[in-house]
Design a binder for this molecule. Sequence first.
Ligand code: FES
Length: 183
Amino acid sequence: MAASMQLVSLPLQMPDISATHQEYRSRSLSFLSSKTKPVTVSLAASTSETSPSIPEKPEIELEFIGPQAGGDGSYPVDKASAVSGDKLLRTIMLDNKIELYATYGKVMNCGGGGSCGTCIVEIIDGKDFLNERTSTELKYLKKATFALNLQKPQSWRLACQTIVGNKENSGKVVVQRLPQWKK
Ligand code: FES
């Protein structure tokens, strides 16, 4: 028996490449929505159990006492806080718009390089939360006190050389601003 074979031409349909991305997206979404059940995933429930809580970094509280008493006889006090061991005292004061320099220092300061001696502060309380004096600091503190004809109190620091905190401690530091002008 002779086999006969018949060729049939099947129309090939190319995808409509003129369709926009948005059209394809909406087609696939409608297909899914008609054939699949909606699945709800609660992200809040899955993340709250798996992600560990981030421990808060220790902080140093700061109080800055002004050099001149107000009309009522009390000295103005500014407050700020900083992550322990993160910033220099100068940076904290400038960031918080707390006046650091006297008139001359505002214009002539070295920008925190430790070479002008105009960023003097007195540490009233909490010196243990600060770094040790640097050799640069000792040198320019001496120079500044000589220029101002003052004794050099052990509690004076250059704010641009003073690191607040050591990354692990927390506590309170009280700073006298412009101690050379205190009245
Ligand atoms: S800003 Fe110059 S010594 Fe501190």
